[in-house]
Structure formats: C-alpha cells, structure tokens
Design a protein around this ligand. Structure first.
Ligand code: TXA
Ligand code: MG
Length: 317
C-alpha cells in the first residue's frame, strides 16, 4: 500500500467517525472528526482522558480558520501568518459548528495547523477539522514514534499512520491572545523568544497546577511508569548499584548506571527536545527502580523541556 493510499484510507476512517493516529511535527495526535461529537467522545474513551480537558482542533491550512470561525482578531491573524503551519496553538472563540465536547464546554477553542505533510494531507483529504490530543493515555509519556502509539493505545485506534519520529518531539506552544498581552498557557516547541520577537512581551502562566486552564499544565503529567527524580544543583549522583537510569543533557554521569540516555552531546536544545520522550520511553522500559534526570538550560525550547520534566517528576514527588 502506498503512503498516499494510506492517507486516503485514513481520511475515510475519519469521515466515518473512526479514530486515526497521525504524525505531526510535535508529537503523534489521536484524531477524530471535530464536527462529530460521537467520534470525539471516542478520543476521550481511548485515552481515559477526563472530560474537563479540552482538545486542539487541527486544520490543513491557515485560510480554513476564517471559514470555520468567521473573522479572526488581528493578533490571531499576525501569529497565524507568521507561525502556521507550525507548533503554535491559538485560542479563539468556539464556532457553533464545533460541538462543546471538543472544548470541554468552554466557549473558546484551541486550534493549530501542523507543519507535517501527512497530517495536512490527512486533514485536507478528510475535508473536516480534526480534533486531536496527543496519542497517549492521559498523563503518560507523549508519543514521538508510531510504535509508542501502538504500545500505548493499541486496539483503541482504528488506523495509525506511521511517519517515523516526529521532528520537534514536544507539544505545541499554546497562546491566548484574546487579552491585552498574550498569555502562554503551555510552553512548547515554539520558543517564547520567537513569540516575543513577533508580538512583543508575553506572560507565561506560572506552570503549577490547581487550575487546569490548559491541562497539559496539570502539575503531574507526561509521566513514565518508573519513578522519576529531577536533580537540581551539582550534588553527587550515582547509579545506586546500577538500579537506576539516567537522563542527561550533554554527557554521561560518572558511576555505574543500568541505562543512560544523553539528549544532545552537542548541547543542542532542539535536538534534546526531539529526543526527550523517546529517551524517557526507553528508560521506562529498562527495568530500573528510578530514573534520575538532569534538567537542560532554561532557555529557548529548553524551558518547555524542563517544564515536561518537572511535571513528570511531580507525579512521583
Ligand atoms: O503539539 C500538540 O499540540 C499536539 C499535537 C497532536 O497537535 N497536541 C496536544 O494535545 O498536545 P493535548 O490534548 O495533549 O494537549 C492539548 C492542550 C491541553 O493541555 C488542553 O487543556 C489545552 O490544550 N486546551 C485545549 N483547548 C483549550 C482551550 N480552549 N483553552 C485553554 N487550553 C486549551
Ligand atoms: Mg497530551
């Protein structure tokens, strides 16, 4: 079967109310026809996702946003023009065509155009907006390979489109530009610095929990099954008699470890983000008692990487 026929078949499954996992530039998404409330309900069931956690609607082209919601604000237009297709999710008013289950009853809708040919081909062929969270079980590690989707969701998905590893490796940055000053609701693959270059100063909503405005911001999220500990400061570390795994930024730690993953020996944060979840999936499968993690530099996309690591650690804190 050619890749094209794969996309065409998957689009037919979407139109028929089925679930299709597909690659994007960030992570794999679990898609359903966003206009079909019953299809969207299957996403929540497949992920065991709480109904209060709204989904992102995906479009094939930026031009489709106006068709879906009518006129958009100048701030949305500027950011869409500048960063779509790309790893930026914008908050707009929910149009009547989108059933409330997509937005968990919110009058706002999160929307983006992914920068990935298969994703855009799929959405265009389906001819409908596609609601898609990350294609993992709620709260667990995000999927950056088709194999992660199959291992995590299995038979709950009708079709998995395999596009190999995703380029960015972490989710999109979510920004609300409805107020005076843009608010980053979730740090992600588009660095805050790039946003600020385009629209001036933004507010980054303090990450911790309590109020799950953007529940990828729940304090405990993105967690492996193995306890994970984030080390801060330069204290001594050891492999605990080789019962521990280590996730490092640039280099291997001293001592004996059962498993070691280095995110980027060149110290490249983009590479580190792209490898983050894959490395965590591997360490999670290594049979260790604990995963010890070193944070990356708190700059650019490194902020989003550390955000994920803190939430993963909070699950076990
Ligand atoms: O990169 C991504 O964004 C990936 C790919 C598949 O596009 N999707 C993704 O979806 O990360 P998910 O469901 O794992 O995270 C969506 C986040 C959640 O934290 C949700 O709370 C937030 O988007 N969200 C959705 N609608 C919202 C809204 N109306 N207001 C605020 N936050 C919203
Ligand atoms: Mg997610």
């Amino acid at each position: 079967m050619s890749a094209d026929s794969g996309v065409a078949e998957a689009a037919a499954v979407l139109r028929a109310g089925g679930l299709v996992a597909f690659p994007t530039e960030t992570v794999y998404g679990l898609g359903a026809n966003a206009l079909d409330a019953q299809a969207v309900a299957r996403i929540f069931a497949a992920k065991a996702r709480p109904s209060f956690d709204p989904l992102i609607t995906h479009l094939a082209e930026a031009a489709e946003l106006e068709k879906l919601v009518g006129t958009v604000s100048p701030a949305v237009a500027v950011l869409a023009e500048r960063f779509w297709p790309g790893p930026l999710t914008l908050i707009v008013d929910r149009p009547a065509a989108i059933p409330p289950i997509v937005t968990s009853g919110l009058e706002t809708m999160a929307v983006r155009v992914p920068d990935h040919a298969a994703a855009r081909g799929l959405i265009a062929a389906a001819g409908v907006p596609v609601a898609a969270p990350s294609a993992n079980r709620f709260g667990q590690l995000s999927p950056t390979w088709a194999e992660h989707v199959v291992a995590g969701l299995g038979a709950a998905v009708d079709v998995v489109l395999d596009g190999g590893p995703t380029r960015c490796g972490i989710e999109s940055t979510i920004v609300d530009v409805r107020g005076e000053r843009p608010v980053v609701l979730r740090l992600g693959a588009l660095p805050v610095e790039s946003l600020e270059e385009a629209v001036g100063p933004v507010t980054v909503r303090p990450g911790s929990s309590g109020q799950p405005v953007a529940p990828g911001t729940l304090a405990a999220h993105y967690a492996p099954r193995t306890p994970l500990r984030l080390v801060t400061g330069a204290g001594p570390m050891d492999g605990g008699g080789a019962r521990r795994g280590f996730l490092g930024f640039r280099s291997r730690p001293a001592g004996e470890w059962a498993a070691v993953e280095v995110l980027s020996s060149d110290g490249d944060l983009t590479e580190a983000a792209a490898r983050l979840f894959d490395a965590l999936h591997r360490l999670d499968g290594a049979g260790v008692d604990e995963i010890v993690v070193e944070p990356v530099p708190e700059v650019g996309v490194g902020r989003a990487v550390n955000d994920r690591l803190r939430r993963a650690a909070a699950t076990w804190g």
